[in-house]
Write a protein that binds this ligand. Structure first.
Ligand code: GNR
Ligand code: NI
Length: 170
């Protein structure tokens, strides 16, 4: 399992809509392993394949305190059950910026696991937010898209500048 490089906003590749996984092969399982390695190294509570520039519908999540409860979701489908919650979100692709986002609270998720077996679960609270945040990535959507144009523009400018400066230094 090797950590992969994470794309950073405003990289246009983060706007790619991911394609469904046709068959859960050994290659997909290797990618899932690399995604877990990337998420734990970052460290983050979730990661989408989109963020490592692989535009397939795969997300991984571990919201446990002990970092020992990994879940992979392949071709995830979310159905909103109800409620709303406000939570301060961050994103490994938007380092250093945290903003409150309003999302559904209770959701039902259907997906395939890394063996290609269908499963479903109900989530609420932080797990629900994480799954919604990751599924947004698969649509090319980022949490900053829920902010005002002004706020998003400021974040975009700061990160673009940081990355220009990093490229000069390297
Ligand atoms: O590590 C992460 N933390 C987080 C905190 C609040 C809401 C969502 C997240 S997901 C984020 C990792 C990430 O960017 N996944 O795409
Ligand atoms: Ni993210």
């Amino acid at each position: 399992m090797a950590p992969l490089q994470i794309l950073r906003y405003p990289d246009p590749r983060l706007r790619t809509r991911a394609q469904p996984v046709g068959e859960v092969t050994e290659e997909i399982r290797e990618l899932v392993g690399d995604m877990f390695a990337t998420m734990y190294a970052a460290p983050g509570v979730g990661l989408s394949a989109s963020q490592v520039d692989v535009h397939k519908r795969i997300i991984v999540v571990d919201v446990s305190k002990e970092r020992n409860d990994p879940h992979a979701f392949i071709n995830p489908e979310i159905e909103i059950i109800g409620g709303t919650q406000l939570l301060e979100e961050g994103c490994l692709s938007i380092p250093g910026f945290y903003e409150t986002v309003s999302r559904a609270d209770r959701i039902h998720v259907r997906a395939l696991d890394e063996h290609g077996e269908p499963f479903s679960l109900e989530a609420e609270g932080f797990l629900s937010v994480c799954i919604q945040h990751e599924c947004d990535h698969l649509e090319g959507k980022l949490f900053v898209d829920y902010l005002s144009n002004l706020k998003r523009g400021r974040i975009r400018k700061k990160l673009a500048k940081q990355q220009r400066e990093e490229r000069v230094r390297r």
